[in-house]
Design a binder for this molecule. Sequence first.
Ligand code: GSH
Length: 210
Amino acid sequence: MKLFYAPGSSSLLPHIVLYEAGLPFTAIKVDEHTKDVEGGGDYRTVNPLGYVPALVLDGGALLTEGAAIVQYIADQVPSKALAPPNGTLERTRLQSWLNFCSSELHKGGFSPLFYKGVPEQGKDVFRARLAARFAHLDAYLASNAYLLGRQYSVADAHLFVVSNWAPWVNFDLSSYGNVKAYRERIAARPAVRSAMNAEGLIPWPDAQPS
Ligand SMILES: N[C@@H](CCC(=O)N[C@@H](CS)C(=O)NCC(=O)O)C(=O)O
């Protein structure tokens, strides 16, 4: 399998999950802005939409969208319990959290804060949305070690990855004590450290890598 990634971006999610799964893969770096692929080529020939992550399977099939990619990876190694079995209520709960991270936190919260053309006043609208969602998470994590309760899952990798961006966009997480403790638990996982190390993210950079 080949994972196309840009350091510190949402592609860190499948990168972590590939290490959690213990499956063989090659990680190929992409410049998120120019679309240049390290070693040569234009990334849009892999994913016409131009964004990471993309996972190319050994047979050549292309998978896109982080939330879907990580469920595919998890299903290859059911013994690792990275996702509840398909068709169960718990699987639907996992999908709820993955969608929450993709839509409410990533696209509907953090993404607009990265856009240089958006005025600060406009950005405050998204900071307020994020604040409400992190308050909800903080209350939830007061009595749950992980998003699915007692069991770590790919959704935790997702929340970890999107919340990593807070210092890059001036969103203060310090008042969310349970989120902080949770993030420290996730960050300590060997697979998380391996993926972050492979992307040059230890220590976490003060600004988004260019
Ligand atoms: N819907 C996609 C969004 C992925 C995404 O936003 N990727 C960003 C990095 S975090 C990217 O590659 N942006 C460059 C671009 O959109 O051209 C997913 O959830 O996987």
